[in-house]
Design a protein around this ligand. Structure first.
Ligand code: NAP
Length: 309
């Protein structure tokens, strides 16, 4: 990219924006944070606007927006930004449906802008070494275990359990984003069982099985898991066992820890966004979202006890 940094506005200043985006952007590194869109009032030391139209009307020069709002509603925000001539980066899951993302990709193409559907877990330091190691081996079976306590990790985030919020698939899609990086080719849904609280529209737990060629791939998702979270992917090959744990940050082969790089998921995402813009390209991948859609379409729903935060 040229010498001028990318001028970026961050939209939706909730948990992930504060935990990860703001610290990553504070490093600079080719991206300058010049404004925020936040409905709860000003963000410290930043020009803050209640919505994207007010940002656009302000006259502040902005090249791009990064959307950290919940997935339902992103399509409208991203469309507005693209039609105004801005590049757009999307938190995961990129939107409420694959059709919405396809439409955004078309708009980006028409407007000559970059669209980047990010999958931050793919940037975890163990993922690429795991992919490279597995690419040389024959896989016998895969077990994903993605379990955390919604009350600890998503306190008060009611949108997660509403329609479009995806429930336990909101964290689970991180596992699916890693899985689809490790296993090239199609994952065909064999069965899905979704446990949906009687007062919610999205599942709090799910058991899913896919086939990947002749290989069985299973996932167990639980949003009511007390204690230390489990974000693990175990891959059994013909001779050894690979364990990618801690959300992709730590890698073991037959119990032996492997050397991993630094964990800089979000810094890497912003670096890639700037790179995509400088080369006039987009990076749009809906594969993990398609797997969620398959499970929702074909899965068996079982009503469970009402849930309250
Ligand atoms: P959150 O804490 O509920 O924050 C969402 C923010 O978006 C809130 O500040 C909300 O404002 C704002 N917002 C919603 N609609 C808006 C709109 N139309 N215009 C402007 N702002 C709007 O949720 P989160 O945990 O940060 O999650 C956001 C996204 O990041 C999700 O897609 C999630 O999957 C992803 N993510 C989350 C985590 C995590 O650990 N939490 C990790 C990685 C990725 P109001 O309060 O006014 O509604």
């Amino acid at each position: 990219m040229g010498s001028a940094p990318l001028r970026l506005a961050l939209v939706g200043i909730g948990k992930i924006a504060r935990d990860q985006h703001l610290p990553a952007l504070a490093r600079g590194d080719g991206v300058e944070l010049v404004a925020a869109v936040n409905r709860d009032g000003p963000v410290t030391q930043l020009a803050t606007f209640p919505d994207i139209p007010s940002l656009l009307a302000s006259g502040i020069r902005v090249d791009a927006v990064s959307l950290c709002t919940p997935p339902a509603g992103r399509h409208e925000l991203a469309s507005t930004a693209l039609e105004a001539g801005l590049h757009v980066m999307l938190e995961k899951p990129p939107a409420a449906s694959v059709a919405e993302v396809d439409d955004l990709a078309q708009r980006a193409r028409r407007r000559g802008k970059t669209l980047f559907t990010t999958w931050h877990s793919r940037e975890a330091s163990g993922v690429e070494p795991a992919r490279a190691w597995l690419s040389q081996r024959s896989i016998a079976s895969v077990q994903v275990t993605w379990k955390e306590d919604i009350r600890v990790w998503h306190p008060g985030q009611h949108w997660i359990l509403q329609a479009g919020g995806m429930g336990v698939f909101d964290p689970g899609i991180n596992a699916l984003s890693i899985l689809t990086r490790l296993l090239p080719g199609v994952l065909k849904l064999q069965s899905a069982s979704l446990s949906v609280p009687s007062n919610c529209q999205s599942p709090l737990a799910a058991e899913i099985v896919w086939s990947h060629g002749q290989t069985r791939v299973a996932a167990s998702f639980d949003f009511l898991y007390a204690g230390a979270p489990r974000w693990d992917i175990e891959v059994r090959t013909d001779a050894e066992m690979l364990l990618l744990t801690d959300g992709g940050h730590r890698l073991y082969i037959d119990g032996t820890p492997q050397v991993a790089g630094r964990n800089e998921e979000y810094a890497r995402l912003y670096h890639r966004f700037a790179e995509l813009i400088s080369t006039g390209t987009s990076d749009v991948d809906t594969t993990p979202l398609q797997l969620v859609t398959d499970a929702f379409r074909f899965g068996q729903r079982q009503a469970s006890a009402p849930f309250h935060f």
